[in-house]
Unconditional design. Sequence first.
Length: 381
Amino acid sequence: MKRTIAALLVAIAVVGGYAAHCWQVRHWSAWAAFTRTFVQADGRVVDRTASGRSTSEAQAYALFFALVANDRQRFERMLSWTTNNLAGGDLKANLPAWLWGARKDGSWGVIDANPAADADLWLAYSLIEAGRLWQRPDYAVIGRALMEQIKTREVAEVPGLGVMLLPAPEGFKAEDGSWRLNPSYLPQFQFRWLASVDSQGPWTAIWQNHLRAMRQLVTRGVVPDWYEVLSDGRIVPDRKTGGVSSYDAIRVPLWVGLTASDRDRDNELLAVMRPLAMLLSKLEAPPEKLDYQSSSASGGTPIGFSAAVLPFLAMLDEDSAARQRQRLKNSRVDGNLGANPHYYDQALGMFGEGRDSRRYRFDPDGQLIPRWEKSCCDWPF
């Protein structure tokens, strides 16, 4: 009898420990804090530090994070809000407007209907991957329709460079024949994935043209937020912003840090960006702004920037990575980064810390591998 009771107690302990492990694997505290702070019950992601606006980028990023967290109900609500409020009720027919918020007349709705190509790619990616991981072909159908719209409306032949992803359908070709482009809109892992799911598409050509532009433009590891291709084919830092590297460009080392390499596929921007790791090794935290020409730093040190460079530094300089890891840990307040959390900081944190803590990764083809898929039981949380 005593042996039976003892065996039962051991079994209970084992099961309890296993359940606790499953909870730890599945419960993502950063996602819980993000949704508590920024996601309404109806699925709208609210940027409370920018007049309560919502953007297609925020909706797209949050859908990806929900997939990583295996949060199916919230994914559905966010998708519904995005469809109904940014895409006229049909994402299969319409790319989403990039900006929604308070209008001048006091009403709330779309403020700028021009789509944002990076958000559109993340929406397509998250929907098709959700279709695969959750066995939801309806999501994949929407994602593939978005992909077709991107090819039709946001891809163009740029003279002197070749076929490229435009930041949006309108507004990025100037009257003088120059084109304005954004380096942070093209994660390598995403373009590998696009080429694998749409082998007849322009994705490989776009990536090769982007890589050629970056090799010409980025000589000290500092990527400008924007650059231009002039009418004569020259690639220069953006004349409007003066080549500053800041809130857009910080995503370039982030995407490099998230890109896997293997025998057949190099992380091709890693060599281009390597001098940035050397520069950051001399600083306590990534600066808000870097000058493209001189590499001089200015502004503050947004906490989200530490998260953005964390996977990148982990590839090249573990001491620098450890310093940013500790800074992030010290900044946590009620699960968020900082006492007054900013949406963009938290989004960068979800990407960077999520990868660093092995919450998810991308395989060499760019396919998402969330921890919940490979770990243990499929219990809800």
